[in-house]
Design a protein around this ligand. Structure first.
Ligand code: FAD
Length: 427
């Protein structure tokens, strides 16, 4: 990989997401060599992916070049590489561009969509975990409306305008809200010769409420907001299959649809070498101790979504959210320096800063530790927090200007089929 050996210990980080970047920033002015490996040359701000999928934002406003984030740090190296394996005996990572030795290794590879073993659903449904996937979804939604214009078969037309979102967590809720606003504000203008009132948006949720991790008040209010926007919410219904045409469930309910978005769960993006049963726990995540160390190793760590840190408050592990990832990344930076200096490390303590979700224009729900609120003020808070955590001044400005423009004009300018994606309906 053409990375020189120096007198400094080498810390290899796999993944430039929230956790990997927070850790690299913490280490980069210290007496360590930091090598960050990622299969993409950019960091993705996943919380706004749904806005890319629905034409509200261009993809480059929620992505940021990893090299630029860490450009001023002398001991920092980035390599565009997919890590295939970790050789824990020889302390090497094996990648598609070569092997690299490490003194300390941090796995920050995040998570991937969990289809719970259903290959048909995996094949036919759309995921929204990466920028290319969000662009695929954007194209598919728009292509479906173009096709709906062309068909004279009423059932096919309905299926093309029928959207089924599986999973009523923040991702499903935010996407449903955005689609409902498109239906109301944009489709009638773009497709005046199509009866877009027939477009339907469904959320299918296996439990008895949406936004399960949030307060009852937030959940009920979100449901209320969505129903007012015309979204159908099906609770206590589990999707069992989707063959590209029909969604079947564990009840009598079925949906004929050309678009299923699978937002029903994620699992750890494990890497060979630390994926054996002894390392892995619930959700395919790597079990770590309170210092983020992987079982049996002093010098191999995992942080963020991939790491499952269990404590009394979180018996199933810390939530797979941005805050635990950022906080673990920062804390591990301190702990690695302490470890190198042979000082005792500090246990990680998660500071829960709350959760929020937006349902659309002027509508959001926010649960903070002390305060819970919903509506327009919550929506401002949601926007402020998302702008604050976006990386890069340009991205913040672009997103802010886009939001103001979209708000004032009731518009979503990025409704472009740049890269056509079409799953043909089975006939
Ligand atoms: C649609 C969506 C909406 C979300 N909304 C919210 C929200 O509103 N609030 C919130 O707190 N959280 C939200 N999350 C969750 C949040 O984005 C994650 O918890 C967070 O990104 C985890 O950070 P991470 O650093 O662990 O992993 P990630 O940010 O996923 O980063 C992992 C990185 O590792 C790289 N990588 C993976 N495997 C390899 C490999 N083998 N070789 C090389 N590189 C590799 C990836 O390319 C990626 O850059 C959302 C997630 C999604 C998908």
């Amino acid at each position: 990989m053409n990375i020189p050996r120096t007198s400094f210990p080498r810390v290899v980080i796999i993944g430039g997401g929230f956790a990997g970047v927070a850790l690299a920033k913490k280490l980069s002015k210290q007496e360590v060599q930091v090598v960050l490996l990622d299969k993409n040359n950019y960091h993705t701000f996943q919380p706004l992916l749904y806005q890319v999928s629905t034409g509200g934002l261009e993809p480059d406003s929620i992505a940021y070049p990893i090299r630029k984030i860490l450009k001023d740090f002398p001991n920092f190296y980035f390599r565009l590489a997919n890590v295939d394996e970790i050789d824990t005996e020889k302390n090497k990572v094996v990648t598609d561009i070569g092997k690299l030795k490490f003194d300390y290794l941090v796995v920050a590879s995040g998570s991937e969509t969990n289809y719970f073993g259903n290959s048909e659903i995996e094949k036919h449904s759309m995921a929204m975990k990466t920028i290319p996937q969000s662009l695929n979804l954007r194209s598919l939604i728009l292509e479906n409306f173009e096709d709906a214009l062309l068909t004279s078969d009423l059932n096919e037309r309905n299926a093309l305008m029928n959207f089924v979102i599986v999973g009523g967590g923040p991702t499903g809720v935010e996407l449903a809200g955005a689609l409902a606003e498109i239906k109301k504000g944009i489709l009638p203008k773009d497709y005046p010769d199509l009866d877009t009132r027939l477009a339907q948006i469904h959320i299918v949720q296996s439990s008895d409420c949406i936004l399960k991790g949030m307060s009852d008040k937030a959940s009920k209010k979100a449901e209320d907001f969505l129903e007012k926007l015309g979204v159908n919410i099906w609770k206590n219904v589990r999707v069992t299959n989707y063959d590209g045409k029909t969604v079947t469930t564990n009840t009598d309910l079925t949906f004929e649809t050309a678009t299923v978005v699978w937002a029903a769960g994620v699992k750890g993006a494990t890497i060979k070498g630390v994926d054996a049963e002894e390392f892995i726990t619930r959700g395919n995540r790597i079990l770590v101790n309170e210092f983020n160390q992987v079982k049996g190793f002093n010098h191999i760590f995992a942080v963020g979504d991939i790491a499952c840190m269990i404590n009394d408050e979180f018996p199933n592990g810390l939530p797979m959210m941005a805050q635990p990832a950022i906080q673990q990344g920062k804390q591990l930076g301190d702990n690695l320096l302490r470890l190198i200096e042979e000082k005792p490390m500090h246990s990680f303590k998660y500071k829960d800063k709350g959760a929020m979700a937006t349902i659309g224009r002027n509508k959001a729900v926010v649960d903070l530790k002390r305060f819970k609120f919903q509506g327009i003020f919550a929506w401002y808070v949601w926007m402020f927090v998302h702008l604050f955590f976006l990386i890069g001044f340009r991205n913040r400005m672009v997103v802010f200007v886009n939001w103001v423009y979209n708000y004032v004009r009731f518009d979503r300018e990025a409704r472009l089929i740049i890269r056509p994606f079409k799953k043909r309906l089975k006939t």
